[in-house]
Every structure is written in C-alpha cells, then in structure tokens.
Write a protein that binds this ligand. Structure first.
Ligand code: CA
Length: 216
C-alpha cells in the first residue's frame, strides 16, 4: 500500500512520513500544492493525506482538480480546528474523511486503514482467506491462528493482494503500490516475495496467472 502525504509544515510532514513508514506503508511526500497535485495526478496511491492550507495551490483546489480528472483514490484532509468552513469545502470537493489539527498519529492511521478498506469494499479490519488472516490494524498475519513473521515488503504485498482478492493484479501494479518513488524498482523482486509468501503461508494462496499477474 502506497500513500502520498501533502503537508507544508516540515515537522508534521516528517512525522507523518515516519509514522506511516513504520506502519508498513510505502510513502511519498510533497510540501506544496503543485507538487502534491502532480504526484497524485501521475502516481497510483492507495490513499492520500492532504493538508488544506498549502502554498502554490490550496488543498481544496488540489482535490477538486483530481476529482475533476477522474481520480477516485481515498483522500484524508487535514483541517484547522477553528475553521469549520474548511471541512465543508473539503467534503464538497470530494474528501473521504478529515482530521482536525492537532491530531494523534494513531487517529490518522486508523482513518487511513478504514479508507483503504472501504475503497476495497471490505467491512472488517481483519481479512481472512482460508487459514490466513490479515489484521490491518495490528499489521499482523496469522496462519491457522499462529502468528507468521513477515518482512514489511512481504506484508505490503500480501496486504495489497488480499485487499484486491479475486482480482488479477499485474506485476507493474504491484511495483507501483509497493514502493515509494525513490525506491530502485526491480520487477523480479516481486517474484521473490511471492515465493516467500507461498512458503511462509501456503502454496495455493497466491495464484500465478500466466502473462497477467497474481491473484489471491
Ligand atoms: Ca499547512
């Protein structure tokens, strides 16, 4: 799962990036509205955290542009506490949810998990497929009730596939959602991660669809 953070406050930008990375997401960041708009327009994100007050282009305008251009990714807006009108314009512009500054990082994480889940049409925070259960809130995986240790990239890959169960996901799509933009992307690594997940969980969990990709 790959997330974009658009926030001009350098401390908050860094905190969000660190918290989200620790939670297992690939994270890209932007510090003004123009750069943020460009990234959201050109890269496939699973969710975006977007500040309302931004230099170059304000958050509401950025969001309006994305929605006008047909981008439907979930967007969580960051709004100032005393500006109720910001919340109204954010929602009218197509925001899926908002948090009011100052906020606890835990709240941002919980709201993002819920947005990603909802956009995948999943009701519960635990996704079960056969004996495998993925708990998005705890970032943990169990197999027949026993906890399985996964690296953050293995977890990201499994999580993306489980959030898109039944759908064939191409290798390109996986690479785009697993790595941030600065990562040296090598499509062969996907094959390696799939192999490790099959070994750690069970072989039939991830099906290879010849010439197309993978399916859970
Ligand atoms: Ca700001």
């Amino acid at each position: 799962m790959r997330i974009l953070v658009v926030e001009d406050d350098p401390d908050l930008n860094r905190q969000l990036r660190e918290t989200l990375s620790e939670a297992g997401y690939a994270v890209d960041t932007a510090t003004d509205g123009e750069e943020g708009h460009f990234l959201g327009d050109t890269e496939p994100y699973d969710a975006i955290v977007l500040d309302v007050g931004l230099p170059e282009m304000d958050g509401v305008t950025v969001l309006e542009q994305w929605r006008k251009d047909g981008h439907t990714m979930p967007v969580l807006m960051l709004t100032a506490r005393d500006r109720w009108s910001d919340k109204v314009s954010a929602i009218d512009a197509g925001a899926d949810d908002y948090v009011t500054k100052p906020f606890h990082m835990e709240e941002v994480l919980a709201r993002l998990r819920a947005l990603i889940r909802r956009s995948a049409g999943i009701a519960s925070s635990v996704i079960e497929i056969g004996p495998v259960a993925l708990d998005a809130a705890k970032a943990s995986v169990t197999m027949e009730g026993n906890s399985v240790k996964l690296t953050s990239l293995e977890l990201r890959l499994l999580s993306y596939l489980m959030h898109h169960r039944g759908k064939v996901v191409s290798r390109t799509e996986l690479i785009e959602h697993l790595y941030d933009q600065d990562f040296d992307r090598d499509s062969n690594t996907i094959e390696v991660f799939v192999g490790r997940l099959r070994k750690k969980l069970f072989p039939d969990l991830i099906e290879t669809v010849r010439g197309m990709g993978y399916r859970v």
